[in-house]
Design a protein around this ligand. Sequence first.
Ligand code: TRP
Length: 333
Amino acid sequence: MNKPTVVSGIRPTGFLHLGNYFGAVQNFIKMQNDFSCYFFIADIHSLTTHPTPGNLQAGVRQVLAEYLACGIDPEKATIFIQSDVPEVSELYAFLNMNAYLGELERTTSFKDKARQQPDNVNAGLLTYPVLMAADIIIHKADFVPVGKDQEQNLEMARKFAKRFNRMYKTEVFPIPRPFTAGGGDMIKIPGLDGSGKMGKSEGNAINLVEDPKSIRKKVMRAVTDSGPTEMNQKKPEAIQNLFTLMDIVSTPDTVAHFDELYNKCEIRYGDLKKQLAEDIIAYTTPIRERILEIHGDDAYLAKVAKTGAEKARESAIKTLQEVKEVIGFKKLF
Ligand code: TRP
């Protein structure tokens, strides 16, 4: 039986942190077993914010190494680099003819970016959702795993797919749906600043490649309070956050130990943080080592990218042929 198709793009910027690891990455790892998955590094998209060539290449290599180290399996999923599949850009050009200025200008992510980089409000930013739609529908995706920030972009992809089907009285494109499996029971990793969520832009994250010294420093600086004053008192958010992190990386005995100290008002946050830092280090060290190993393995990375591009192109070429026929391109010679 044919498995439903999943497509997801990854930004080649920044490092994966613990929040990503227990969120999106674990989701990918589960999905690769049950779906026909296309995961790609969105390097063309990243040009909308003008990274330098060196940064671009370094970013692509880093995320590729990180996702592979976390367990994305190139034997199960198709993992590739967006710019290695020129058919995506071709479909993007066709879709642009049926995308309207008004709707693109109204997109939240465009308005945000235009505000962030007022000196570089380029057409690529405006048509970002069109390229994203091309990424998705070129593989006839049934599902796209999306976080809150990408919901509107996926809505646009659905709109462009429907519009194309309607205009050309065809059904070439299935209408992609948001994939929220695991959404409810997925572990949410809190930040170290007392906030609810670990995030790159929040500056409260621990990266998977972070070295032990830096992990210790970050954890020791985590926000706490002056300590409990009543027995068995409810933990305020910042303290609960540290316990939530412990639940993930420490043994149940360790968690119970500090929980008891808290309940007896005998806790010393310095001790808790020291333990937490060591347990995070123990947890991330094998992942960090694997990232560094893969990151330095040119031959392996090249092989993964090449195989991925071949598989992705096979699917993309097939769709593009149908699309061109539908649009009315006829071979003259
Ligand atoms: N826009 C997505 C992000 O910023 C990345 C992306 C590009 C994507 N193309 C995609 C995600 C296609 C899902 C499907 O995270």
